[in-house]
Design a protein around this ligand. Structure first.
Ligand code: PEP
Ligand code: MG
Length: 754
């Protein structure tokens, strides 16, 4: 069928549906009429509508062709049968031989045994599946893509009917599970910090009143006007002062702005308007298609881009409906925003003065909205399972970004405890601020170097705020993870230069790519590893695919021309690996020299100690490296054979145990004898009691996330480290599970602030 014929056919059907929708009849009568109209129009013997009821059950609400006695009786679980399959995956199915499909579930009461073909699509609204609409035919029939499209358009009309609440009580689908008691939801930490507020569900604020249009030309014009107004509003929003600083958030927002001009997207909306929908309905139809795609996409970069497009769609709907982009005026003063997912600009629609925290059902630390939230400095918890079903608008909420927990309807005790923690933190930050200009020297005069762990430019910008001595760990894979393709040398040079510029005189330790394991690049397939943390990752990939490492080092050498270059290699398991990596760096330095480039002013090359085997090679290793950096996150997981991501074993072994502290003390001793500086850059360094123990076993350099610097500096300045070292010497061979309590007692007895 030609495209024009499809548009004409679709327009005819929509016109009939509009007449049905406009009638005064009850919603049930209108639904009965709709299935009749569809069956006739699509030349199908059967058309049935199933709607979602409480307990994830799909109930037959109307049918033309099946046994009328089955209406309100036939029920299928989501996932059961073909109808359940369509609802579970929120995607259409078109089968010329439905019986041979493995998911076919026969329901004798419907009398459907004579129908061979089936085409069904989900009825959805605002990203939620509300039901399924399906047609069936007696003879084998191959449904066309155009027919699927038409049925999807019809499903949107039905979605509006369902949304009126007349057929199924909207509160019903939440069932009896609506929280009355306080509950705690666990997720992933996307940005630290604490907040108390009131849940506000982020959702498109527009209800589409009219789906079908008389005059496609007029609709196209309305669309054009709305797009222009949207562009102007976006430019205005992205020019806000608090977003002006450079960083990934700016890149995210700028490429988002470019998306608003995307021809492919706008053309799809144009084509949909030509099928007879209003501009709003066409925008929403394209959005529904996108959501269906989103569910299938696994590539993290593409997923983010689709979220951006969804954000733009919502914005366009606001402009089309003419209600203006302002927020509903009844927002509480302390907004904790709850969303399945969100685009980066949607967050900026909220008044920054009211916005306290963000909680998402999806999301990762490199998701665009999380990057913008970091720039705004609000706590974010992501990947909270079934979030939207477990929280209601208006619920009081506490967000603990540090521990990735959300308390819904917290009891007075929880609230009190968070209020006092927040107060204490506010007082503490005032005290840390006062310490900012003071050096991290122990009470007995030992100088300590406190450095930052960074992955985004916005983290590097914290050097000034914390007065840290430099960047002890720059995780280069983080910017790589945010891109659609491998950044070429020029792009990398630019990035590393910006980091060095931001750092000024302070040193930056670049760690070469540590991908594989839990850090996947959308454009690099590290393959399936049974045990990814111990699989093909980090330096193993870099040495097996030396072009990656060569390019990265080439960019680092070029970016450091005339300044200091500090590089370290992750996951070194044997000296030979370090030698190989170092040889590649040397080759790049020579290459730059041959090309006549100004060399780095100084080059320092180190290894990360994350694999225990390296402890038995320290003699040879220390002769080669300029410094060592202990990656305690990985080292501890390999030492205890306890997966660092597993909740079950998370607390089983303690970092403050004799074997860990003994090993670290030995290592520091060997480094001291070899006159090789050593740092620790795992999470261990960021908790004051752990940091205290690390100073106790001899470390004088620790690298940690920016938020930890204040507390660790305060601990350092209150510690008599020589006394602690003597104390630890007496305890370190003890057979105990942990020395934590003893260390706590030491701190208490000696006035160490932990
Ligand atoms: C570590 O393992 O301690 C470390 C700093 O590296 P990452 O956490 O990036 O694996
Ligand atoms: Mg590591």
């Amino acid at each position: 069928m030609s495209q024009v014929a499809t548009w004409t056919g679709s327009r005819r059907l929509l016109k009939r549906l509009r007449d049905v929708m406009a009638s005064e009849a009850s919603a049930q009568t209108r639904l009965d009429q709709i299935v009749r109209v569809i069956a006739a129009d699509m030349v199908a013997e059967v058309c049935s509508a199933y709607l979602l009821r409480a307990g994830e059950v799909l109930e037959l609400f109307a049918t033309e062709g099946l046994n009328p006695g089955a209406v309100h009786k036939t029920r299928l679980r989501v996932g059961e049968g073909l109808i359940g399959d369509i609802a579970a995956h929120a995607r259409p199915l078109a089968l010329s031989d439905a019986w041979s499909h493995p998911n076919f579930a026969y329901r004798p009461e419907t009398g459907e045994d004579v129908y061979q073909s089936l085409m069904g699509v989900p009825i959805q609204r605002g990203g939620r599946v509300l039901g399924v609409i399906a047609v069936q035919n007696r003879t084998p029939r191959s449904y066309t893509d155009e027919e699927i499209e038409t049925l999807e358009t019809v499903a949107m009309v039905i979605a509006e009917l369902v949304a009126s609440g007349e057929l199924v009580d909207p509160g019903e689908a939440k069932g009896t599970d609506v929280a009355i008691l306080p509950r705690r939801l666990d997720g992933a930490r996307l940005n630290g910090g604490l907040a108390i507020g009131v849940a506000v569900l982020h959702q498109p604020r527009i209800t589409i009143r009219q789906m079908v249009a008389e005059d496609p030309k007029a609709e196209l014009e309305r669309l054009r006007d709305a797009v222009t107004v949207m562009h102007i509003a976006l430019d205005h929003m992205l020019a806000a002062d608090d977003l002006a600083a450079s960083g990934e958030h700016r890149e995210v927002l700028e490429s988002y702005r470019m998306f608003a001009e995307d021809r492919g997207w706008l053309n799809r909306i144009h084509d949909t308007i030509r099928t007879g929908l209003t501009a709003e309905a066409a925008v929403q139809k394209v959005q529904n298609d996108m959501r269906a795609r989103l569910r299938e996409v696994t590539d993290p970069y593409l997923k983010e881009r689709l979220h951006d497009l969804e954000d733009l769609t919502n914005r366009l709907l606001v402009h089309l409906s003419g209600v203006g982009a302002e927020m509903p005026n009844a927002l509480p003063d302390d907004v904790v925003l709850i969303a399945r997912s969100m685009g980066p600009a949607e967050l900026l629609d909220y008044d920054r003065k009211q916005l306290r925290a963000l909680v998402l059902e999806e999301g990762s630390s490199t998701s665009h909205v999380a990057i913008v939230a970091r720039a705004l400095d609000i706590p974010v918890v992501g990947r909270v399972a079934n979030l939207l079903d477990r929280i209601d608008p208006g619920d009081p909420v506490v967000v603990d970004g540090d521990n990735a927990q959300v308390y819904v309807k917290p009891g007075e005790d929880v609230l009190q405890s968070f209020r006092s923690t927040m107060l204490t933190r506010a007082e503490q930050s005032a005290r840390y601020e006062a310490l900012k200009a003071l050096p991290p020297i122990t009470r007995d005069g030992e100088a300590v170097s406190l450095l930052l762990n960074c992955g985004l430019l916005i983290d590097v910008a914290n050097l000034d705020a914390t007065n840290a001595a430099g960047v002890g760990l720059y995780r280069t894979e983080i910017p790589f993870m945010m891109r659609a393709s491998y950044p070429d040398v020029t792009t990398q040079i630019e990035l590393y230069r910006r980091i060095l510029d931001l750092a000024g005189d302070r040193p930056v330790t670049f760690r070469t790519l540590d991908v594989g394991g839990d850090k996947q690049l959308p454009y690099f397939n590290a393959g399936a590893n049974e045990n990814p943390a111990m699989g093909w990752r980090a330096i193993r990939i870099s040495l097996d695919r030396p072009a990656l490492l060569r390019h990265q080092l080439r960019a680092m050498v070029a970016a450091s021309s005339g300044r200091r270059l500090v590089v370290m290699f992750p996951m070194i398991a044997e000296v030979a690996e370090f030698d190989q990596a170092r040889a590649i760096l040397d080759a790049e330095l020579q290459r730059a020299a041959r090309a006549g480039a100004e060399p780095p002013q100084a080059v320092r090359v180190g290894a990360m100690l994350e694999v225990p085997a390296l402890m038995w090679q320290t003699k040879a290793l220390l002769e080669r490296v300029d410094f060592l950096s202990v990656g305690s996150n990985d080292l501890l997981q390999f030492l205890f054979a306890a997966d660092r991501g597993s909740q079950q074993v998370a607390e089983r072994y303690d970092a403050l145990s004799p074997p860990v502290l003994g090993l670290l003390r030995d290592l520091v001793e060997r480094c001291k004898n070899a006159e090789v500086p050593v740092t620790l850059c795992g999470e261990m360094a960021s908790r004051p009691i752990e940091a205290m123990a690390l100073l106790g076993v001899g470390f004088r350099s620790l690298s940690m996330p920016p938020a930890a610097i204040g507390a660790v500096k305060m601990m350092t300045r209150s510690l008599d480290v020589k006394r602690l070292a003597r104390f630890l010497d007496r305890q370190i061979d003890s057979p105990q599970h942990s020395l934590r309590e003893l260390l706590r007692a030491f701190a208490r007895d000696h006035g160490v602030v932990i």
